[in-house]
Write a protein that binds this ligand. Structure first.
Ligand SMILES: Cc1cc2nc3c(=O)[nH]c(=O)nc-3n(C[C@H](O)[C@H](O)[C@H](O)COP(=O)(O)OP(=O)(O)OC[C@H]3O[C@@H](n4cnc5c(N)ncnc54)[C@H](O)[C@@H]3O)c2cc1C
Length: 415
């Protein structure tokens, strides 16, 4: 009789859940994904930071890594308030889009093990068995449950009800502008580089990204910006409340952002940003808005339940590493379980030890990168020197995550 394979219930079928399911299957587990959304997730998403580590894990999954997965900029510039280049450094970046990473992961995963429209309600444990109860009344049993259900994780809220994302005191407007719609001069100045701009109390980071459907052809790409602005609790409450008076918390569906806030933001962009950037921001057809927050779980393993990706740690976007963190969590989980053989609990203990340390470090660095923005809510006299002064070269050098390689060696790609 064949031996029974260990069974993992993966809650959440986004990037973290897919990496975990692929790698556990490769380590000999039976892995089934339960995803709340009934539709295609690939319809959503925007720009995503790419690291060498993310591509390493994709290769482990067996995916072909083509040049078309990421867009490369060769340097970074600081644009002063007049729109002149204040400095240029050789810091390059690779960027991509969420769907470009998600789609091949999803396509390579067996459909019969990816169940959509399944919303987890609750988890129960009995000895070495974990039971997931779903909103439709069904129950599933396994030897392990992986909570890859994102920042508002149902699983984390059950085991750590006190842990929630904490607003950092600033918000971000994000947007994409088609290459063909860029203002005159933007192309020559901006298209090969990432551009940083430091208006008083604020920060704009911008760079070119692939166009719709991963289109890298000149003329078909897009320009992405993220504009960080201080906002106290009252301001955030107003921004994230729609016209019907409904509050949406830390983010808001883009079509529900009140038109007067978008108009005011675009007017402020034209008045206060370097002219070329202000014009780009003002041309974004549907800006996105989020409150910047972070979150740290003090524990990632609860018996046979393991938190993974954004359910455990959320770093502020300055580190550009959400997808990489989820991929590395998944790789560590699969490796730790493989190394411990039949002793699942020992494997989980090793996973937790390693990933808690990584999660804490990356959140701490993201707070350091956002400290100046967060300090804007304090009276000037109470701010430290680092919170008052900014050195553009230092900001560019520190941006991203220091323990990750924000770029991919083109020679390492398959075509
Ligand atoms: C559609 C989508 C688009 C995104 N676009 C971007 C982007 O453009 N740029 C970027 O930097 N990051 C984006 N992210 C976030 C990014 O995926 C994460 O920061 C990172 O990759 C870690 O992913 P995760 O798998 O841990 O969590 P998430 O990507 O947040 O995925 C969590 C998944 O769990 C599912 N889920 C939640 N609750 C339940 C439940 N109770 N039962 C079953 N399923 C549940 C959700 O539907 C979701 O698919 C996006 C996420 C999603 C879901």
């Amino acid at each position: 009789m064949p031996l029974r394979r260990n069974r993992a219930l993966i809650i959440g079928g986004s990037i973290g859940g897919l990496f975990a399911a692929h790698l556990l299957r490769r380590a000999g587990w039976d892995a089934v994904i339960f995803e709340r959304s009934a539709g295609d997730l690939a319809d959503r998403g925007a720009g995503l930071g790419i690291t060498a580590e993310l591509f390493d894990v994709m290769r482990r999954v067996g995916l072909k890594l083509s040049r078309s997965l990421a867009f490369h900029v060769h340097s970074s510039i600081w644009l002063d308030q007049k729109g002149e280049i204040g400095c240029e450094t050789s810091r390059g970046w690779h960027s991509s889009a969420w769907a470009i990473i998600y789609k091949p992961l999803r396509a390579a995963f067996p459909s019969e093990n990816y169940r959509t429209g399944m919303t987890l309600d609750r988890v129960a444990q009995n000895g070495d068995t974990v039971t997931a109860a779903f909103a439709d009344g069904t129950r599933e049993q396994g030897d392990l449950l992986v909570a890859a259900d994102g920042v508002y994780s149902t699983v984390r809220r059950q085991f750590l009800p006190q842990i929630e994302p904490r607003a950092a005191g600033y918000i971000a407007w994000r947007g994409l502008v088609d290459e063909k719609d860029l203002p005159q001069g933007a192309h020559e100045l901006l298209f090969d580089r990432s551009a940083f701009s430091l208006p008083e109390g604020e920060l704009v980071v911008s760079l070119p990204v692939p166009g719709p459907d991963n289109d890298m052809r000149p003329g078909h790409r897009r320009y992405y910006f993220i504009w960080y602005r201080p906002a106290d609790a009252a301001r955030r409450a107003a921004l994230f409340t729609d016209a019907s008076g409904r509050s949406h918390g830390l983010t808001i569906p883009p079509p529900l952002i009140r038109p007067e806030f978008i108009a005011a933001m675009k007017a402020a962009a034209r008045a206060g940003l370097p002219p070329i950037l202000g014009e780009i921001v003002a041309r974004a057809p549907q800006p996105l808005l989020q409150s910047i927050s972070d979150m740290e779980a003090p524990q990632m393993v609860f018996g046979r339940v393991a938190l993974l990706g954004d359910s455990a740690f959320v770093a502020r976007p300055h580190v550009a590493a959400g997808a990489t963190k989820a991929a590395l969590d998944a790789a560590c989980l699969a490796d730790s379980l493989a190394a411990s053989g039949d002793d699942v609990d020992t494997g989980l203990a090793r996973y937790e030890r390693e990933r808690l340390a990584f999660g804490r470090a990356i959140v701490a660095h993201s707070r350091y990168l956002g400290a100046y923005l967060e300090a804007q809510l304090k009276p000037r006299a109470e701010r430290s020197a680092a919170e008052l002064e900014r050195d553009p070269r230092q900001i560019i050098a520190d941006y991203g995550a220091p323990h990750l390689v924000h770029g991919v060696d083109p020679a390492s790609l398959d075509d």
